[in-house]
Design a protein around this ligand. Structure first.
Ligand code: KIV
Length: 274
């Protein structure tokens, strides 16, 4: 039977997330794109909800995240904010909404924050450090994203593992350091050898790294909700685990995910690692 919802849980703040990280408690993040699923994953105890631009594929039926607009992200962030009670909400800045200038990034971030996001996420390293600094200086918490950055799928030549060779790993480490110094509080690390993600975390101890296909040394984990509930059709990446396989409700599956992230039994390096 699904356990009762903890109605006493206080809203998760950046301060609380930093405290968890300092104390070695893993951070559990999942995507959600609407009020119903936001409520469900919040009730099941996730620390953070990512309103990811992966909704371009999972909700809108596109082949990539590239077509998603800032207005669509604002709409879905509003939906999630209405359903959520306590989780920390990260709003994804979509392709084309922050690359033009720091001012464009600020306008897009303000729109997401006013829609109910607590933090914005942007992809890439190098030039993004300046934008991260500009946003954090203006009171906007930022989550960066390195490794496989899906908005650059065409430039990367597909959904490939990143940082496999020494030069790639060194660049990733340099970008992570620059983003940390620029003020990023959180960093999604996607699809890379576990050793590279572990090195990034070790280089930047205060940074909350959130892995997806990046091993178990990160401060937390994120998965796409539709993938871990086995709703997604087609071949899934190796790093996904089907948390619905043991039956029960969707909320039970999310509770199993949260428990597995917290006790570090997910990801299993032998099964999900690179
Ligand atoms: O858009 C998204 O869901 C993401 C995750 C894959 C990290 O960026």
């Amino acid at each position: 039977m699904t356990p009762p919802v903890d109605s006493t849980r206080k809203p998760v703040t950046l301060h609380r997330l930093r405290e968890m990280h300092a104390q070695g408690e893993k951070i559990a993040m999942l995507t959600a794109y609407d009020a119903t699923f936001a409520r469900l994953v919040d009730d099941a105890g996730v620390d953070c909800i990512l309103v990811g631009d992966s909704l371009g594929m999972l909700v809108q039926g596109h082949g990539s995240t590239v077509p998603v607009s800032i207005d669509e992200m604002v709409y879905h962030t509003r939906c999630v904010a209405r359903g959520n009670r306590t989780a920390w909400v990260v709003g994804d800045l979509p392709f084309g909404s922050y690359q033009e200038s720091r001012e464009q990034a600020l306008r897009s971030s303000v729109a997401l924050m006013q829609a109910g996001a607590h933090m914005v996420k942007l992809e890439g390293g190098g030039w993004t450090a300046d934008t991260v600094h500009f946003l954090t200086e203006r009171g906007i918490p930022v989550c960066a994203h390195l490794g496989l950055t899906p908005q650059s799928v065409h430039a990367l030549g597909g959904y490939r593992i990143q940082g496999r060779d020494q030069a790639g790993a060194d660049t990733m480490r340099r970008h992570a350091k620059e983003l940390t110094e620029a003020g990023a509080a959180m960093l999604v690390l996607e699809l890379m050898p576990s050793a590279v993600a572990a090195q990034v975390q070790a280089d930047n101890p205060g940074l909350m790294t959130i892995g997806i296909g990046a091993g178990r040394a990160t401060a937390g984990q994120v998965l796409v909700l539709h993938d871990m509930l086995n709703f997604t059709r087609g071949k899934l990446p190796r790093f996904v685990r089907n948390f619905a396989a043991d039956g029960g409700s969707a909320e039970d599956a999310v509770r199993r995910y949260v428990a597995a992230v917290k006790d570090a039994s997910f990801p299993d390096e032998a099964v999900h690692g690179y």
